[in-house]
Design a protein around this ligand. Sequence first.
Ligand code: NAD
Length: 247
Amino acid sequence: MKIMLITGGSRGIGAATALLAAANGYAIALNYNKNKTAADNVVNEIKSGGGNAIAIQADIAVEAEVVRLFEEADRQFGTLDCLVNNAGILEKQMRVEDMTADRLNRIFAANITGQIICAREAIKRMSTKHGGKGGAIINVSSIAARLGSPDEYVDYAASKGAIDTFTIGLSKEVAAEGIRVNAVRPGLIYTDIHADGGEPGRVDRLKTSLPMKRGGQPEEIAEAILWLASDKSSYATGSFIDLGGGR
Ligand code: NAD
């Protein structure tokens, strides 16, 4: 059985990925930060469908917690095959002239430093150079990386741009070590990240501006993540799948 570790998996795109991957035979190490009940609900749903999952608390913006997260996954499941670097945050809409260093540090710690540290821990386990059997890393970026999100979230968009550059560089660094590194770039997806970011209903407000005239569902992102995790995408590395309904 293949083992997939998903960060920020208690809801939204992470939870949809966990459910789809479990239904396709993966054992799921489901990371969450604050909402244990929501994480337990996802784990219970997987188990009630005959799947295998555990929930592990860790703030991926804190290096020591990431180290503990991977050690706990090792202890419970053995060496992972796939990391889905999904956890991310969006803060209240704001122009750059009002942004503080505290806000920027929070966003970059969660959205890019956390992803890189999680990838580091995955590589230590997956790399054939370290005796591993290879694996797949999927980074969740955003269409915002290419749009820049002016007047709203330039900081968030910049953190996602950093994920794209990281994906390209890391994919080349570990390509000969059996590890594929790819990214998905979702557009406007119906999840609670928008409520946390300060605008519930944002997807509905903007959907008519989208070429497909609708927002996306988390399950539509999960399908692409699962493909990138699987051997069906065996020649894809350093690749990006844009899932923005044409945005
Ligand atoms: P979400 O808020 O439901 O999910 C994000 C998850 O990450 C949450 O469960 C949150 O608790 C977790 N998280 C945040 N910081 C964390 C930390 N420090 N440690 C551990 N977990 C942490 O929103 P979502 O839309 O499902 O977001 C998933 C990913 O998709 C994010 O990286 C987000 O930037 C990206 N994305 C979302 C959209 C969208 O429109 N929803 C668009 C593009 C990209």
